[in-house]
Design a protein around this ligand. Sequence first.
Ligand code: NAD
Length: 302
Amino acid sequence: MSASIAFIGLGNMGGPMAANLVAAGHHVTGFDLVPAALEAAATHGVAIAATAAEAVATADVVITMLPSGRHVLEAYRGGGPGGGLLAAAGAGTLFIESSTIAVDDARAAHALAAEAGHRNIDAPVSGGVIGAIAGTLTFMVGASPADFESARGILETMGRRVVLCGEPGSGQAAKICNNLILGVSMIAVSEAFVLGEKLGLTHQALFDVASAASGQCWALTTNCPVPGPVPASPANRDYQPGFAGALMAKDLGLAVEALHSTGVEAEVGSLAADIYRKFADEGGAGLDFSAIITVIRARSEG
Ligand code: NAD
C-alpha cells in the first residue's frame, strides 16, 4: 500500500533510501539543510519541501536519517528550517528514527514523540551506502509489536532484513553491541596478522588456518585487513571504505556512553574506542576501519 512519507536527512544514506521508497510507489516528500542533497533527491522523484515542518505536515510516516542524536532531538523539538517535526505532524504520525544515535537519545526521542501524541520506533541500519542504494540494509528495530507491524513494510522496501530487537531503544542497543564486537575483533585480527608477519608467517597461511579454526570471524573472512586472502576486502583497494574509520569511532563512542550509563566494565571495548578515535583523528576517518592494521604495523616498526 502506498504511503505518504516525509524523509528528513537526504545525505549519503537517506538519499538512496528515499529513492527506493519512491521506486516502490510511495509518495515521498524530503527535506535536508543542504541544497545539493535536495537537488539529488529530486532527480529520484522525491518531492522537495521548503522546511522540515512542511515536509511532515501531510505525512503518515516520518523517517529521520541524521548525523547524531543531537540533530534528531533538535529536528524533533527545535526551531528553524530543520526543526519542529513533532509539532507540525498530524496526531498519531509514525516516526521512524533510523540514524545511529545513543540509546538514551533514542529513548528521549521516543518519550518526546509519545508526549506529542505520536508513535516512534528506532530503526538504525547496517549495510552502509552500498546497502542503502541496493535496498539491502539490515534494520535493527526497537518498537512495540504494533508499531513494528506498522513500519515493517516500509522498512522492507529499503532493506533485506528487519529484526525486532525489543522495546524502544533496543534497535540502537543491538547496533552498538554488534559494532563493539566488530571493532574489537578487527583489532585482534590485525594484531595477529602483524605478529604473524614478524614471525615469518605468510598472510595466506594465517588466513587458511584461522578462517577454518576458532579465530574465524567476519573481520577476518569478509573484511580481511591484509590484501590477498579475500579479494573483495577494502585492503585490496587501499582501504577505500567499506565502513569508514569515522563511523567506527562514532559507534564505539556511543558504546562507551552506554558502558558508562549502565556501569558495565568493558576494558577491551573502551580501549578499542580510544584506538579508533585516535585513528580517525589522525587521518583514518575516511579510510575503511580495517586500515587500523597500518597503525599497529607502524607502531611495531623498529
Ligand atoms: P550524512 O552526513 O551524509 O547525511 C546526514 C544529512 O542530514 C546531511 O545531508 C545533513 O545536511 C542532514 N541534516 C542534518 N540536520 C538536518 C535537519 N534538521 N533537517 C534536515 N536535514 C538535516 O550522513 P549519512 O552517512 O547519511 O549517515 C546518516 C546516519 O546513518 C548517521 O547517524 C550514521 O551514523 C548512520 N549510518 C551511516 C552509515 C554509512 O555507511 N554512511 C552506515 C550505517 C549507519
